[in-house]
Design a protein around this ligand. Sequence first.
Ligand SMILES: Nc1nc2c(ncn2[C@@H]2O[C@H](COP(=O)(O)OP(=O)(O)OP(=O)(O)O)[C@@H](O)[C@H]2O)c(=O)[nH]1
Ligand SMILES: [Mg+2]
Length: 526
Amino acid sequence: MPSEDSLRQKLKKRAKHVVSIPRNSLRIKKDEISFERNGVFGRGHETEGKLKKRVNFKGKHLSEEIEERGQLRILDSSGKKKGVYAKEGRHKNGKLEKGVATSKKRTLFEKGEKKVKNGPVEGNTGHRTMWVPGKLRNVGSNVKRSTHTMKERKQNVVLATAKPKVDLRNGLVKRSREKKSELGKRKSNEFVSPSSFVNKKARDKMGLDHDDAETLDERPKKKKNVIKLDPHDISNKRLDDGIGVNGGEEEKEKEESEKEPKMSKNAQFRAIQPSPSILSFVEKNLLGRRRTIDLRRAGYNIDLSAPLDNIPFSSNSEREKIEENVFRNKLEFFAAAKVSSSFPPPSLPEIAFAGRSNVGKSSLLNALTRQWGVVRTSEKPGLTQTINFFKMGTKLCLVDLPGYGFAYAKEEVKDSWEELVKEYVSTRAGLKRVCLLIDTKWGMKPRDHELIELMERSKTKYQIVLTKTDVVFPIDVARRAMQIEESLLQNKSVVKPLMMVSSKSGAGIRSMRTVLANITRFAKRL
Ligand SMILES: Nc1nc2c(ncn2[C@@H]2O[C@H](COP(=O)(O)OP(=O)(O)OP(=O)(O)O)[C@@H](O)[C@H]2O)c(=O)[nH]1
Ligand SMILES: [Mg+2]
């Protein structure tokens, strides 16, 4: 059987050349480490590397292709290859070590440390890693990442001209030192960078850390030049500022007068405060608008047609006194004059009643004498067109003057009346008193002032009488009296006190009678 033996030997020799290890893949151990074509090296999740192992038909390593993080490295079967794998714990002497697993983090740390020793960092570490002196920090949160990004932006802005040094071991430390020194230089050189416009709020919004904020706040704040002026010091004022000795006060008065709006006449009248004496007189004589019942309770006879004996509050002695002295005499009309030449000769003391048309002159004569029908009255202004003379016995002459101002008459006629009145009050001998009647509601008018001026010049005694007091409120009667008295304070021919009457209600009539009787009593007979 030599032929059989020789054949078996030949077959054995050939079998030695048959591949004992699969050519395309080698599985070392299930679940531990596997080599696959384009497969994952190690435990799939622990590494990203890809290994291709090439062996010859005898099972020896020809080369290893390791694809790590997108880089392909070809490692031969030399000692270098062994060293690398030994450090990674995957190969010892070119063989894979059973049960040894490595983590990606550790791998990266070791790689990073090695690369720091040898030079600048290579590869794409991305934003997930940043270098801190002496160690590697894994920065995972987006907030810190953005902070780091803003820091870098800030540095780029501030140190726009500075070239960062490449020493990564203390790289960032040097950068921050350089930044501070650059800021100091900027203070001295007054270098203005765009960062000077970043305020604190903006910095907070951007998320700058405290150190950076402090660094920026270290810049000196500009002092505002505030000049404090003494308001009482006028040394720095110019002359044409209008400041004199009393300049300030005058200006103040002007400003105050300009500020205060001009009050209307009505408002000015409402602002008048009557004196207590006037107010008490108004109340005592029931002047002003009153209820009829109040007047009757007070004893007033509102029917002006009543006889003189019916004067309220008059005792028999008083009535006799009045009748004896003046008003008990019969009232008689004895003369009318349109011109001065028609005036009757002055034989008796005269009391004249002057005033605007329709003010109530004729009505007042009737109220005083209670002799109705002797003096004519009318609602129509301008009824009395001549100077009418009335006798009260042999003691007194009452004169009814034509009114001035508005009247239903021609202008020439009215002018002639006015001139006649002016001539009478200024030249009439025996004229003891002019009763100037003023409507309480309307007050004094320019024609009234004209007549007053005339009487002042001629030194004719006149007394103001407010009429129709029953149409206004008592307070307004008092205000009008106060207003007129104040306006005539400087006048010398005016006789006080001012009288207030109502021919309709009889208020104030008795007081006026007393005044007129006294005039008659003390008047010298001509
Ligand atoms: N409410 C009221 N009306 C009066 C008062 N006195 C007069 N009157 C009225 O006023 C109007 C005019 O009265 P007169 O006495 O004619 O007036 P006058 O001043 O003589 O007028 P002339 O003769 O035109 O100048 C009349 O209608 C009177 O009734 C009064 O005290 N109260
Ligand atoms: Mg009249």
